[in-house]
Design a protein around this ligand. Structure first.
Ligand code: ZN
Length: 127
């Protein structure tokens, strides 16, 4: 908080070079306690009595909280799915020793074909 404004994130340096002290900015322009007080005030106030500006801010705050809660729920869902996958890792899903051998043989055959193709291309290029 000594190098950046808590509210707008601008650097202290940006204010100092414009002739406004950072201390003045964080105390009078973006006082974080004023913002906190305002949020608390909105929570305490009856929504039906909001001014248009208060309703605007309250809606943004509510949407932000909702988005944040959804992100958190998604993260927890991903974690649970990862745990399930980890728990089942020992289970040979899509794996079988007999097929693995076949795949190894296939790899060997493909490698041989690639070598023969390379040789063929070299012969065609140089002769
Ligand atoms: Zn600021």
């Amino acid at each position: 908080m000594r190098t950046n404004c808590f509210i707008c994130s601008l650097r202290a340096y940006d204010f100092d070079k414009e002739g406004v002290t950072f201390a003045y900015h964080v105390k009078h322009e973006h006082n974080m306690w004023s913002y906190l007080f305002f949020l608390n005030y909105l929570e305490e106030k009856d929504q039906n009595e909001y001014t248009p500006h208060e309703a605007y801010v309250a809606e943004i705050v509510a949407q932000t909280r909702k988005d944040s809660a959804e992100k958190q729920a998604d993260k927890e869902k991903d974690k649970a799915q990862q745990k399930d996958r980890d728990a089942a890792r020992w289970f040979p899903i899509n794996r079988a020793l007999s097929l693995q051998q076949t795949n190894d043989e296939l790899d060997d055959r493909l490698e041989n074909i690639e070598k023969k193709l390379e040789q063929y291309v070299k012969i065609k290029l140089f002769f």
